[in-house]
Design a protein around this ligand. Structure first.
Ligand code: SAH
Length: 458
């Protein structure tokens, strides 16, 4: 069952309510609060219904349900203890194309009522689509704690100022930015203190002094794949962005949390297939920021670890564009943790070295002597294509051919796979490994057998 969420305006609209017991009372109350004109069908009215009737707040249609009652109402609620009658009401409503909810009977409902966090005019609705109301209520409790009570007051003031703010900031991006800044400013404190007049004065002052924002670039590390490893800053940045430049290493799960109406531009590159050259990416970052956009450059792992983040920041600095860096969980940390391989261990690895198997200038030789030292963990990024040279050189410079190794593919993602073996087997393991893949060389790789916990054969 897949429900379409919507909020209905019941103000002044007629609603048929069948039943006048305790459950019906609760329904009548919330319907009246929404401004509905409640018409009750019931043999007898409870004292509460009687007083509502006396106050003229409800209409009583008597005890006999007639299908014609449905013609004039917007929707119907059946809350009688007569199952057959409830079903009759539902079927008659269906025949007339009217919404009907038979209380606590999922298969006799064309609409359902969610659990609500009410900070009017802000309302947050939570529904499990009828599958697990208790779980929906649990979430409601959690959200209740997260949403400050004065949110409603802020929304109410904003509603009154919407037209004036729109007139003062015709550009839609600038306007969104104005509101975002306002809601995080002293305006929020004043609203929380209940001082509506002062909050409004603050809004007016900020609007009068408002300068359309300057563009900026945020270099954001997206982590190795699992969206749960995004930082809070990363999440906020991708949700505030006007435009997001992302590369092939950024997982679909992470792209799904990017603000829906942000422009998303792939500058994906993997060794061998450069979709957009680095110079072109640099040029676009500058161009969009100069146009006043909030630009996010979203990169796999950490932007400053083999991510060319340093080069991009240099370009931005030279162009005078403000930028921020949001670090991310780099593959050497994320993929090894999810593979159950500690990077250091007091028994066998006092240091860890992150190296790339792929350098900008061909022919550049790493310092093999340092890389081959024992008691350290070597983590090789972008190295699977050069695995045979790497294994050969490390052995030549003294690392034992029996040193444990692991090749971790798609680390932290549901399809993560890990292959383990000895240094002398590294070329064979790397050749088989799906990409992206990270090679880990050192005694710690053997600990995976004992420590593996995530996915596959764990
Ligand atoms: N800035 C990134 C690294 C980019 S270089 C970071 O900090 O992680 C790309 C290399 O990173 C890949 O060739 C691979 O070696 C490694 N890598 C990135 N994500 C990975 C993942 N989920 N699993 C395994 N290796 C990964």
């Amino acid at each position: 069952m897949s429900h379409y969420p919507m909020f209905a305006d019941l103000g002044g609209r007629a609603v048929l309510l069948a039943g006048a017991g305790q459950v019906a009372e609760r329904k009548a109350e919330s319907l009246m609060r929404a401004g509905a004109a409640v018409r009750v069908v019931a043999d007898a009215l409870s004292p509460q219904f009687q007083s509502w009737l006396a106050e003229g707040r409800i209409t009583w249609l008597g005890g006999a349900f007639q299908e014609d009652f449905l013609n004039e109402v917007f929707l119907a609620v059946a809350a009688t203890d007569d199952e057959a009658l409830n079903r009759r009401i539902f079927q008659a409503a269906e025949a007339r194309g009217k919404f009907c909810n038979v209380v606590d009977t999922a298969d006799l409902c064309s609409y359902i009522v969610p659990a609500v966090i009410d900070r009017s005019p802000i309302k947050i609705a939570v529904s499990s689509g009828g599958t697990a109301p208790v779980l929906a209520r649990k979430w409601r409790q959690i959200i209740e704690m997260l949403v400050p009570l004065h949110t409603g007051r802020m929304a109410e003031i904003a509603g009154r100022w919407r037209g004036r703010v729109k007139a003062a900031t015709p550009d839609i991006g600038a306007r969104r930015h104005f509101w975002e800044k306002l809601f995080d400013s002293r305006f929020s404190t004043l609203a929380a203190q209940g001082d509506t007049a002062a909050a409004e004065a603050e809004l007016a002052a900020q609007l009068a002094g408002y300068q359309p924002h300057q563009g900026e670039v945020v270099l954001v590390g997206a982590g190795p794949g699992d969206a749960g490893l995004l930082t809070v800053h990363a999440l906020q940045a991708v949700q505030a962005a006007d435009v997001v430049f992302y590369d092939a290493l950024v997982s679909d799960e992470i792209m799904a949390v990017v603000r829906k109406d942000a422009e998303k531009i792939s500058v994906g590159k993997r060794a061998g297939c450069h979709h957009v050259q680095q110079e072109e990416t640099n040029r676009l970052l500058v161009e969009y920021a100069q146009a006043g956009k909030r630009v996010v450059r979203l990169k796999g792992g950490d932007p400053f670890v083999f991510g060319r983040g340093g080069e991009e920041a240099q370009v931005l600095r030279r162009a005078g564009i403000p930028y921020r860096i949001v670090p991310g969980v780099t593959a050497a940390l994320g993929a090894t943790a999810y593979a159950g391989i500690p990077l250091t261990h007091r028994d066998c690895a006092q240091s860890a070295l992150f190296v790339t198997g792929h350098s900008k200038h061909d022919g550049e030789q790493p310092d093999w002597r340092t890389l081959a030292l024992s008691n350290q963990t070597l983590v090789v990024y972008m190295g699977t294509l050069r695995a045979s040279v790497i294994a050969e050189k490390l052995i030549e410079y003294g690392r034992s051919p029996d040193t444990p190794v692991a090749v971790i593919s798609n680390g932290t993602l549901p399809h993560q796979s890990v292959q383990t073996g000895r240094l002398q087997d590294l070329p064979a393991l790397a050749e088989r490994a799906p990409r992206p893949a990270l090679m880990v060389i050192g005694e710690v790789a053997a600990l995976r057998d004992e420590l593996k916990w995530f996915g596959e054969a764990a």
